[in-house]
Design a protein around this ligand. Structure first.
Ligand code: ZN
Length: 71
């Protein structure tokens, strides 16, 4: 069963918008997508919005690791 990319796209945008920074692990957990899909969508979203990937405290798991955020 395939979900449309549009739904995944907007849920990732919503997650980005409501968190200071979030790591890949938490994106995968929240979206239930594969890391590959999340990465692909983040790249796509990056064409519309500025996304920064940086070492930060993740909002979801509070670990310091590479996290993504909107700039
Ligand atoms: Zn996390």
């Amino acid at each position: 069963m395939a979900t449309g990319d549009g739904d995944d796209y907007s849920s990732i945008v919503a997650i980005l918008a409501s968190h200071t920074a979030l790591c890949m692990r938490c994106f995968v957990k929240m979206t239930e997508l594969s890391p590959d899909d999340v990465e692909r969508l983040l790249r796509k979203i990056g064409e519309m919005f500025r996304i920064e990937s940086t070492t930060a405290i993740c909002d979801g798991c509070l670990a310091e690791r590479t996290a993504y955020r909107l700039v």
